[in-house]
Design a protein around this ligand. Structure first.
Ligand code: TRP
Length: 373
């Protein structure tokens, strides 16, 4: 991928990538195919000036305000998963959202640029309100989290934001805030472009039930540190084709979670290793469609592939669990760097808004002139 964007003034802009996750639980295969893999690829392609990875603890608190321990514990958990998946802290700045004060301050100023009815119209927020049972009384912090997300993105002048499909409404709101801000106060903020993962299933990997998206609250996840035994048990419980009862029955590969996962994870070389009777996924699918191929065979095959994906991540994470101090240092240093960058933008924002009273002489001079002294 190549992004060489030019701003309104015709200057070549820097590529600044920013993305993040709420620390509310362990990361799972949905995160892996939907974002983690993509981030490691972007990191390794190196086509950027700065890449930030934010642990969005303040955003996590907007719907977990009564459960701060959960958020606190998962900050470290998420950081370890990042590193275990191959994020390299010498190339990527990993930081904790709430420790960057500028983000909260920017949020407060941006709130003036967004109406309450606009906040209610955000489709992702709408469905989350339903899911959380917030219909009766919505915490205003929760309703406002898209504004805080706009602060996350704009504080770093990020132009590239790799996200899942459910985050597109946040990017839409961010753009609106950028445009309003720049129109009213002058050109400061950068318009972000969302980058979605490639492939439909990568955008939305179904859970073990085959129906909804893989998600912790639905208890349908394979976690990136599950043991071989647990992976095996979970795959064996997966949804396939309910009409494929006897082995001889013809089966459907569409809407069949096992085949969806195979579409995402299986490579031809896996057949040589684990299922040499077939050469590729097309052959396997054709046999399943015709009848005569049992679910246990395809599930064992998938188990082997997933074990191959997860084992190195789990092992690296176990190593990091023995070296918490290292992970802590990574977070501390990353946060310091992020803070410096965000403070610079905040300073510009304050100056364009005319609330930079003590940063230079101009306020004093203006008032002196006004009152003739
Ligand atoms: N809303 C994102 C999620 O739920 C997390 C997030 C917070 C984020 N701020 C961000 C993602 C800024 C991208 C950019 O996963």
């Amino acid at each position: 991928m190549c992004y060489n964007l030019v701003n309104a003034k015709g200057d070549i802009m820097k590529n600044i990538i920013l993305t993040g996750d709420r620390p509310t639980g362990k990361l799972h295969l949905g995160h892996y195919v939907g974002s983690l893999k993509n981030r490691v690829r972007l990191q390794n392609e190196g086509n950027y000036d700065t890449m930030y990875l934010m642990i969005a603890d303040a955003q996590a608190l907007t719907d977990n305000f009564a459960n701060p321990k959960k958020v606190r514990d998962n900050v470290m958990e998420v950081a370890m998963f990042y590193l275990a998946c191959g994020i390299d802290p010498s190339k990527v700045t990993i930081f904790i959202q709430s420790e960057v004060n500028a983000l909260t301050e920017l949020t407060f100023y941006y709130m003036n640029l967004v109406t309450v009815s606009r906040l209610y119209r955000n489709p992702t927020v709408k469905s989350e309100i339903k899911l959380r049972g917030f219909e009766e009384s919505i915490p205003s912090g929760f309703l406002n989290y898209p504004v805080s997300q706009a602060a996350d993105i704009t504080a770093f002048k990020s132009n590239i934001v790799p996200v899942g499909e459910d985050q597109l409404p946040m990017l839409e709101q961010t753009k609106e805030i950028v445009h309003s801000f720049n129109r009213i106060y002058g050109d400061v903020l950068v318009d972000p472009t969302p980058v979605l993962p490639e492939g439909d299933y990568a955008k939305r990997l179904p859970g073990l039930d085959g129906k909804s998206k893989m998600s912790k609250s639905l208890d349908n996840c394979i976690y990136l540190d599950d043991s071989d035994e647990v992976i095996k048990k979970k795959v064996m419980s997966m949804y396939t084709d309910p009409n494929h009862i006897k082995i001889e029955d013809p089966g459907r590969v569409e809407d069949n979670a096992v085949f969806i996962y195979l579409d995402v994870f299986c490579k031809d070389e896996h057949f040589t290793k684990y299922l040499p009777e077939y050469h590729n996924l097309e052959e396997l699918k054709n046999h399943y469609r015709k009848g005569g191929l049992g679910d246990v065979t395809i599930k064992k095959f998938l188990t082997n592939i997933l074990i191959e994906v997860i084992t190195p991540i789990r092992e690296k994470k176990q190593e990091l669990e023995q070296n918490i101090e290292y992970v802590y240092k990574v977070l501390e240093e990353g946060t310091k760097k992020a803070e410096e960058a965000a403070n610079k933008t905040l300073e510009e924002v304050r100056s364009h808004m005319g609330i930079d009273y003590f940063s230079n002489e101009s306020f004093l001079q203006e008032m002196k002139d006004k009152f003739n002294n």
